[in-house]
Design a protein around this ligand. Sequence first.
Ligand SMILES: [Zn+2]
Length: 492
Amino acid sequence: MGMVKTVIYDGAEVAGQKAVAVGGGRILALGPGELLRRAFPEADLRQVAGRFSPAFLDGHLHLLAYGRALGELDLAGLELGAAREALLAARAARAGWLRGRGASTGLLAGLAADQDILRRLAPLRVWAHDLHTLLSDPESVRALGLDRHVPPGGAVERGQDGLPTGLLRETAALPLAKAADEDEGGAEAAVERAIRDLWRRGIVGAVTFETPEGVKAVASATGRLPFRAYVYQTADSIGEGTVPHRLGRRAALVGAKFFLDGTLGSRTAWLQAPYADAPGLGLPRHDPDELRAPMQSLARRGFSLAVHAIGDAAAEAALGLLAPLPPADAPHRIEHLQLVPEGFSRRLRAADVTASIQPCHLDQDLEDARRAWADRLGRAYPYHALCDAGVRIALGSDAPVESPSPALNLKWALGADAVGGGARHRLDVGEALRGYREGVYGSVGRRCEDIAPGAPADLALYRQGPEHGEEPLLVLSEGQEVFRAAEAYVEQ
Ligand SMILES: [Zn+2]
């Protein structure tokens, strides 16, 4: 008998068969259970029911930020009174930074209106759900000098008395977020927390966007845990001599990330025409011309470039920057693409740029989109139009901005016609699942293997499937059971 234990899962549908033998991290054989038991007489036998699907890779998330968010107060969906109570209770329970997330921008404005409470909650750091607006307390804002110096590309809101209210937008939020997060420490433990949560959702790898602290933590955590990571690092933190490279056993630094704008919820997405419900064109984070030289330098070194672009002006600028660059092993990509110019899909296809999309953002954004882009909804969330034009779409969750649940993402991919701009939004089940699998693999320059002998044993067992809103019963990563629900095994 070899060192590696073989396990036969019998009774669930798996690529047209009724049983699968797994060993050494790979699929060894498929077939009727009886046949596999004869072929592998020493194997452990597990009786299961339902259907095996390939496990997912998430096409865009933030492992370190997600792991940290799992340890924070979740304010999503709370009214002002309930949020105040929850924050005050959390304040009473512990010293040090009080961290929250998931708040609507309206809730943050409501909390900021009562400066006395903010003082009682100090030191405070509450993120809006989109991670582009942050609420702190007046003392912490002063301590970091943000009342005297506003970083370029950011905004510090002031009250009628001229003093900061505690609301910080875009780059102005970053020094405060950094101070609060560094105080917590434990980056590798946070990444491990994120990985364990992702496993139970049927996700065994991800394209993850990280600061240097996150890159290090991801490299060490994935050395121990069977989870694959394709890492994009914030571009301005990549040293001049650095080239793409492996980060230990299961991670690789493949890309560099740039920002061109903010978000719809904060009305900082950069638009070609003013918002229908707010003044202005949003808040470009950079002059695109200033990004040209650093982008060329990184692309020449082999980095795949990812550009955050939510509004149509940002999308146009992103494509203008990416199209002339030399190709990398992993194609260049644009993140989010929530509003695009007319005829954009064909040009994206011609430039072989990946559309990295997160249908689950509609969970928070749908009402905003209908108000802010009422006059241009046909160009918003154009998932089906991208697919039709042959663009490589890669589905992701943007966790911690949204839940990483594939069921939630698939619900919105299949329900995107709720945007209301016509037939250009909704994906069918086949398109959505291909975008989640082949699309994400293709986005990092890899082929997605079918469930077949020799392929990695990265499998998730469902009653029917994630497209039916289900979470998995059992998840294998490299053949290891990384998650098993109580009811996963059937009594024999
Ligand atoms: Zn993101």
